[in-house]
Design a protein around this ligand. Sequence first.
Ligand code: CUA
Length: 312
Amino acid sequence: MNHEQHEAIARWERRWLNVAGLLLVMFVILIAYSLATEGGHIAQRSGRTTPEKLTSLELFEEPGVKITRVGAGRPTEAQVTLVAQAWVFNPAEIVLPVGAVTTFYLTSRDVLHGFQVEDTNINVELIPGEISTLTYTFDKPGVYRTTCNEYCGLSHQNMMGTVRVVYPGEFAEASTAPAAEGDTEAVGEGVYTTNCVSCHQADGQGVPGAFPPLAGHAAALLEADRSYLPRLLLYGLEGEITVGSDSYNGQMPAWSQLSDEEIAGTLNYILSAWDEGAAPEPYTPEEIAPFRDEPLSAEDVYALRQTLSLND
Ligand code: CUA
């Protein structure tokens, strides 16, 4: 290569380097511009935790909405705590008074999830072990859909919720709805609708190949071993199972964060909702408590299931 050719190549190299440098400057300007004018902001990490410790953290003991400040007779500041797990947001529905400055504390119990609220700039990655926080004020009443926008497994597309923004007058009414305590059956139906429907479906038929049906099947499990269902809910299940001639390989998460009453109620609900005439002796909260101290894993529960003699 002679000197002239060498110079020509070096010239082109400098030009391309300049183009790359310009692009870099342009991107930085665009980011700064959107942060400054479009109200974009980066969610902050406000703390660390581990999924196991989550339920004992005061902040996440009872995820949901809390009014933190009232001015002139209306809520002016609110706090939302939310825990994501495969494949639900807890709570699934967030009710907020319009105009309240709302601080969100968000985390994940298991894997990476996303939390995006439509028509807003709320779009946060929920990382297990980290608490993300952001502040947002809803200025317009309405229903905003929330979705998980990080692929998190088989039922990712069903992971949805809502933010319902209401006038302060309606807020008190809307936020005091949940099932009365003591009514185990109603509690169970509520838990099922919030946490189980996305996989096992409202009619209890499940999803072929992934999530087994509960209708007709839960009763058979109960009959085979009464202690199996409480363990299944408390510790989850991992492994491919068969029901009749069909196999299912979806993962059942552990639900130990539910109370004894919620677990008993959910089991009673799935045992009675679709199977008429089958009226097994209901589970009681007292019956659930002793199962909590077993050092079982989702694989252990799978092994346990393989030992059950199921006729279907
Ligand atoms: Cu959670 Cu996708």
